[in-house]
Design a protein around this ligand. Structure first.
Ligand code: RBF
Ligand code: MG
Length: 167
């Protein structure tokens, strides 16, 4: 596989204002996103109900925390939708891959609060022809997210008051 430079293959659509959501991490679908290399912590899609800035299904990026376990905001990349490649879930879900040093982080935190400050939209959710294509695309999303979240324009959200643990 050839790895293209992320910034040359994608542009980010920064939201006009950040979307801050929080909720208890819910169980995934047993498909093992761990196997895909991107274990996600999931929130019900209902946290985005009525939020027009995040009404599109697809891949979003921002900063997120688990106040009780990992209070320092981390970069995240997430999918919002119904996993249309698989077509087996009914409810919209927000699946966030938190870029922690410990890749197993989310597994242990079902029921814990997660806070996400959503800053940009990367691409629509797509129906891939194979698992391999989905994995390649997710890897590219991770690389793009890492790069764009270093942008000076969004650094201030790392210290957003929303992440203060006593909130
Ligand atoms: N699922 C899809 O069906 N289409 C997608 O385009 C898609 N993009 C994703 C991008 C990222 C960054 C992540 C973390 C997940 C994505 N998924 C997508 C969801 C994936 O199907 C799901 O995480 C696994 O099936 C485990 O539930
Ligand atoms: Mg998950």
């Amino acid at each position: 596989m050839t790895t293209a430079s992320p910034s040359s293959t994608s542009t980010i659509d920064w939201l006009s204002s950040p979307v801050r959501v929080q909720g208890a991490v819910q169980r995934g679908f047993g498909r093992g996103s761990r196997k895909l290399g991107t274990p996600t912590a999931n929130l019900p899609g209902s946290v985005l109900e009525g939020v027009s800035a995040a009404s599109r299904d697809g891949v979003y990026v921002g900063f997120g925390s688990l106040p009780a376990h990992a209070p320092t905001p981390m970069k995240f990349v997430s999918n919002v939708g119904r996993n249309i490649t698989f077509g087996d879930i009914e409810e919209r879900v927000l699946e966030a891959f938190l870029m922690a040093d410990d890749a197993r982080l989310p597994e242990e935190f079902y029921g814990s609060e997660m806070r996400l400050c959503i800053l940009g939209y990367l691409r629509p959710e797509m129906k891939f022809g194979s698992l391999d294509e989905l994995v390649v695309s997710i890897r590219n999303d991770v690389a793009v997210a890492k790069a764009v979240l270093d942008d000076a324009a969004v650094q201030r959200f790392r210290t957003d008051a929303f992440f203060d643990v006593d909130n």
